[in-house]
Design a protein around this ligand. Structure first.
Ligand SMILES: Cc1ncc(COP(=O)(O)O)c(C=O)c1O
Length: 369
């Protein structure tokens, strides 16, 4: 079986570069190489020293060591560097899933999290995220070959509460099936960096992660898979048939970014806080939005549209009339919602939201788009 089309991609491909206000992206707006180098004090002479030979298949050791430090009880041998989180997910699913295996996951979801398991013949059991709450009891209601916890959650911005984390740790201490934490947005919490990761809590517990979206460097395409050595060895070997190794220039920059992450993430967090403030001020005033729960982590929020609105038409008309680009819930197989990213520059974000509210008042008066 082949995967269906990746629903969000066509629209992203069409508008991501041209949109005046890009709220369709799930990542922080991308920086230039010049910005990253200046910020981190990397000179052209430093870049000239990078060998263009293949990196080690498992990933450069220094980078694996830096990634391992993000987790408790994980060594650099338990880290595989991949081309984006996407490759890590593909390798992991392919290695553990067989036809009819039950996969439980939070819904709505980033499509790869359920589409690849579906392609491998798995039986999907979505657990709906309601009011931005991730309820551990629902996820672990009964056995499943794999439970996927995308945390912070895309597209709702939900995070696990302290109470749910405690419950989760207790359940995981005796859980004997696979659990995958997709922690793609782990670096972005609206209060502090998320300390919690599921990796290292058991032999069948794995995590995927990345710097792409949180650091505004999507083009570097660096991600990772973390967990038990035996499975990682198989994943490394499988990767040899795919991308084999990652780009050494990307690895070099990813290492520098992780080594300096507190410093680098500071202005990103400040920008997001500013955007969130405007977002919380304007979104409740939009008559076309029925309700929403503020995001607690990551870079996105899922807004419920007023009854009767088609999310694709809404996104099209909003873009046509204001230059504000959002993703329709229909592309997440959740009609009646739109996903809004918070990663734009503050000026473009604020201007975009002001145009949105003006358009919203016009469609309210005419009662059509
Ligand atoms: C939850 C989640 N997991 C995985 C990915 C894929 O990540 P990457 O772009 O690093 O391949 C994304 C991308 O948006 C995502 O949102």
């Amino acid at each position: 079986m082949t995967p269906r089309e990746f629903f969000i991609e066509d629209r992203l491909e069409k508008y991501r570069l041209e949109a005046e206000c890009n709220l369709g992206e799930s990542g922080f707006r991308n920086f230039t190489l010049g910005y990253v180098c200046d910020f981190l004090g990397i000179s052209f002479d430093d870049l000239k020293t990078i060998s263009l030979a293949d990196s080690p298949n498992q990933g450069r050791e220094e980078l694996r060591k830096e990634i391992a430090k993000l987790y408790e009880g994980i060594t650099n041998e338990e880290v595989l560097v991949t081309t984006g989180t996407s490759e890590a997910l593909f390798l992991f699913f392919s290695l553990i899933l067989s036809p009819n295996d039950v996969v439980r996951y939070l819904s709505p979801a980033f499509q790869a999290l359920y589409e690849i398991p579906l392609t491998l013949g798995a039986k999907l059991e979505p657990v709906l995220v309601k009011s931005n709450e991730i309820l551990v009891d629902e996820l672990f209601q009964n056995k499943a070959k794999l439970i996927i916890i995308n945390h912070p959650h895309n597209p709702t911005g939900a995070t696990l509460s302290e109470k749910e984390i405690l419950k989760l740790k207790k359940i995981l201490s005796s859980w004997d099936e696979y659990v995958l934490f997709d922690e793609h947005y782990r670096f972005l919490d609206y209060e502090k960096e998320l300390g919690f990761s599921g990796a290292g809590l058991g032999k069948k517990i794995f995590a995927t992660g990345s710097i792409t979206k949180s650091f505004g460097v999507t083009g570097l395409r660096i991600g990772w898979l973390v967990g038990n050595k035996e499975l990682l060895k198989k994943a490394r070997s499988f990767k040899d048939y795919l991308t084999h190794t990652v780009n050494p220039i990307s690895e070099f920059l990813a290492l520098k970014l992780l080594q300096n992450r507190e410093k680098f993430l500071k202005p990103i967090r400040e920008n997001l806080q500013q955007n969130l403030k405007v977002f919380l001020d304007i979104i409740p005033k939009l008559s076309s939005i029925q309700n929403f729960t503020p995001p607690k982590g990551g870079l996105v929020s899922f807004l419920k549209l007023k009854e009767g609105f088609s999310s694709r038409e809404y996104a099209d008309e909003l873009y046509k009339n204001t230059g504000v680009f959002v993703l329709p819930g229909a592309d997440f197989e959740s009609e009646g919602f739109i996903r809004v990213g918070l990663g734009e520059t503050h000026e473009r974000f604020r201007t975009g939201l002001l145009k949105w509210i003006e358009w919203d008042s016009k469609i309210l008066n005419t009662n059509k788009y």
